[in-house]
Design a protein around this ligand. Structure first.
Ligand code: GDP
Length: 539
């Protein structure tokens, strides 16, 4: 379908079996991990194995970004972090794998959580020495709430670390999922010789390629040869693998999809070792998109008419235009460039002409996309995070979950004359979901309070208020660390507490801010019957 088409395209042009087949070829996943566990390295290694890249190191633009520097990316570069979620699309064994990036900085923000609403499964990356670290646990909490199947990858096996069985125990006790290893390391952490593939019983021996930038050399052999080559290391791996089999440690697809088990892989992503098996798992084990329930509980069939939900917006990727990209995950039907859709929230029709895929810093125009794919709508000014866009205009997917903020600051303009742009900026950043703006209900004229999941969100606010709205701001840290949803009937009790602040968001929902969880529990204990509702359990 060409860009200049006069008649909006309709999905009915494409027969349902074709749409189902294309959806069946899709795997849409995210990699979650604590910073430094090797998420970028693994993503690059997966791309290298899928032959999407000649050499590792280009996905996050370490080498490739130089030509396309924007001021927004300058901010990312200065901090050495990835603020924005883009998507990497890989082709492997005739399947299309969409890897949705989750920003991994320690001060990570709601963007990281929201990316998980756009995927069908996740890879949970665990550092072999550090085990289940705090951010991994938090992100796992979101997967649990959403019932997202989790594939576990234990990385950095080339470095000294914990014992493999010990790591499985830790994963099981923290996640409640039964680990079912698909590969098992031959050689302890720090002496990574190769992998026993538990399905076939074969041994894959690795020899690291110089520099690790190209694929590791691998040699496949049967058990007899493996024992001759590796001796006791092989025998131990086989014994441990047998032990797993008698304790329900074998993969069961149904149990995995039902969030009861997690297949486990071992890698040294930096050396590209064990990564091929992880890539295969995305084809063999990870689920393809399924019919999505809408807000009314009715399911939207994959081959139905086009529908998608916005899970992220991003402004300022191109400084010349200050453009805004809205990222949408397609849930049903086919996207055709030039088609007309409606936003469920505003009822506005729009023609989707300028739609792109984003591959690291590169973008290219999309003509057709299927369920599971992520598309970036350019300059879709009136679309907000959480909105549904659909061909029929009637579909509405459930709102994205609200993630519990832990950081609260008042905000005011540095330049008192910039009041109008200050208010406009805050209103727009709130609508985009960059940060939440809360107003003190008792003295509504007071300074707005910004709430965030990660402190990094305040830096993004400062940057955008300064560069986009020309209204630099000043923050004052508040001593609150947790918020609760409240009903009006508890107001008289909370108003008497000097260390509790009652606030309202733009939708008129009321929250109370507390110094810590102890304070919440203390008030609940002293006032039986009152309910201080947590926003969402993510940890
Ligand atoms: P991220 O913060 O999770 O994206 O982590 P990175 O991919 O940036 O990796 C963090 C550091 O760990 C980098 O210095 C990587 O080179 C290193 N690293 C990643 N994977 C491995 C691995 O398998 N073995 C070793 N030894 N180092 C690794």
């Amino acid at each position: 379908m060409s860009a200049d088409t006069q008649t909006p395209a309709q999905t009915s042009d494409i027969p349902a079996p074709k749409i189902l087949a294309e959806a069946g070829r899709r795997r849409t996943i995210a990699v979650i991990s604590h910073p430094d566990a090797g998420k970028s390295t693994l993503t690059e290694a997966l791309a290298l194995h899928a032959k999407a890249l000649r050499e590792a190191g280009a996905v996050h633009g370490r080498g490739g970004r130089a030509g396309v520097v924007t001021d927004w990316q300058d901010m990312e570069k200065q901090r050495g972090i990835s603020i924005s979620s883009a998507v990497v699309q890989l082709d492997h064994r005739d399947q299309v794998i969409n890897v949705v990036d989750t920003p991994g900085h320690a001060d990570f923000s709601e963007d990281t959580y929201r990316a998980l609403t756009a995927v069908d499964a996740v890879i949970m990356l665990v550092d072999a020495a550090r085990g289940m670290e705090v951010q991994t646990r938090k992100l796992f909490g979101v997967c649990k709430t959403r019932g997202l199947p989790v594939i576990t990858v234990i990385n950095k096996w080339d470095r000294p670390g914990q014992e493999a069985l010990q790591l499985l125990d830790e994963i099981e006790s923290i996640t409640g999922l039964k680990p079912t290893p698909m590969t098992w390391p031959v050689g302890i952490a720090g002496d990574f010789r190769g992998l026993l593939e538990r399905g076939s019983g074969e041994y894959v021996k690795y020899t690291r390629a110089p520099g690790g930038a190209t694929l590791a050399l691998e040699e496949r052999m049967d058990a007899v040869r493996a024992e001759a080559v590796e001796g006791s290391a092989w025998v131990q791996a086989v014994e441990e693998s047998d032990l797993l089999s008698i304790s329900d440690g074998d993969h069961d697809e149904e149990a995995f999809l039902a969030f009861r088990t997690t297949p486990v892989y071992f890698t040294a992503a930096v050396a590209n070792t064990g990564v091929g098996q992880v890539l295969d798992s995305l084809v063999d084990v990870a689920p393809s998109p399924r019919d999505q329930p809408d807000v009314a509980g009715a399911t939207q069939p994959l081959p139905g008419r086009f529908s998608a939900q916005i899970f992220k917006t991003q402004t300022g990727m191109n400084p010349a235009h200050r453009d805004r990209l809205a990222f949408a995950r397609i849930h049903s039907g086919v996207f055709h460039r030039g088609m007309t859709v409606r936003d469920n929230r505003t009822g506005r029709p729009m023609v989707l002409k300028h739609v792109q895929t984003v591959f690291g810093a590169d973008r290219s125009t999309v003509d057709v996309a299927y369920p599971g794919d992520v598309i970036g709508l350019v300059n879709a000014r009136h679309i907000n995070v959480g909105d549904t866009i659909s061909e029929a205009g009637k579909v509405e997917y459930p709102p994205l979950p609200v993630f519990a903020p832990e950081h609260f600051r008042t905000v005011r303009p540095k330049d008192l004359g910039s009041g109008k742009s200050f208010r406009q900026g805050l209103r727009e950043l709130d609508a985009e979901g960059v940060v939440r703006v809360l107003i003190n209900d008792a003295h509504g004229l007071g300074e707005p309070i910004l709430s965030a999941v990660g402190a990094l969100q305040f830096d993004v606010v400062q940057y955008r208020m300064t560069n986009e709205y020309r209204s630099p701001v000043r923050f004052t840290e508040l001593g609150f660390t947790t918020a609760r949803l409240i009903e009006p009937d508890v107001l008289p009790i909370l108003r008497t507490k000097r260390d509790v602040e009652v606030v309202e968001n733009a939708d008129g929902q009321m929250f109370a801010l507390f110094t810590d969880e102890w304070r919440v529990r203390g008030i609940e204990r002293d006032n039986p019957g009152i309910k201080l509702q947590p926003l969402v359990a993510t940890s």
